[in-house]
Write a protein that binds this ligand. Sequence first.
Ligand SMILES: [Zn+2]
Length: 245
Amino acid sequence: MEIRVRFYEELNDYLPPQNRKKDFELRINAGCSLKQLLESCGLPCAKVDLILVNSVPETLGYTLKDGDRISVYPVFERMDISSLNRLRNTPLRRLKFICDVHLGKLAKYLRMLGFDTLYENDYTPSRILELSGRQERIILTRNQRLLQNKKVSRGFLIRQEDPWLQAKAVVAAFDLRNTASPLSRCLECNGLIVKIPGDAVQDRIEAGLLTRYDVFFECDKCKKIYWKGSHRDSMVKLMEKLLAE
Ligand SMILES: [Zn+2]
């Protein structure tokens, strides 16, 4: 029997280069199920959210037929498949990330957009795996081998070197445009930023700032103080650019 298969987005990382991002033909034995097909490709079922067989959603137990056309989509929220049935009843609604040690600037961009993003410059691969598993965080990494680890159930390979382009790629891949809340998170520690009255910051900032600004914010974790100044305005513009198509 012969079928046509296509993997989407980051699932392509499991395929040999010649089969990536396009339809490819596969010879299979009669009686082979979708689950067995994924396993034979080395693709863990946990990473798959939706499988279409001839444009109809199917479950893993489906028995393949000669001439079937299979489309395999990853586990993330995506606009283009949101109306279809998923393999899971509870998809990951609130996306949380963890960045590897090479992606400090990307982590800041994501925090700037308001996304819960862990990053430390001394993370070991095992620490990243542990935090990702325990806190259901999507691993963002430049390291393809890390994503091949059996413990990874959510991961995305960052192919770009430039942090701005990395951020653009993550925004596009996870449809972050509608769920961003810019400047709601501390860039330093990932804490949430809350508004505080001017008199609460009196003895914690320069007197000059108090006379120039009247709206202040504080990180609920590291207590860093932010204010509505020109820096904040330019960050808002930057975020608008990042979220633009
Ligand atoms: Zn903070």
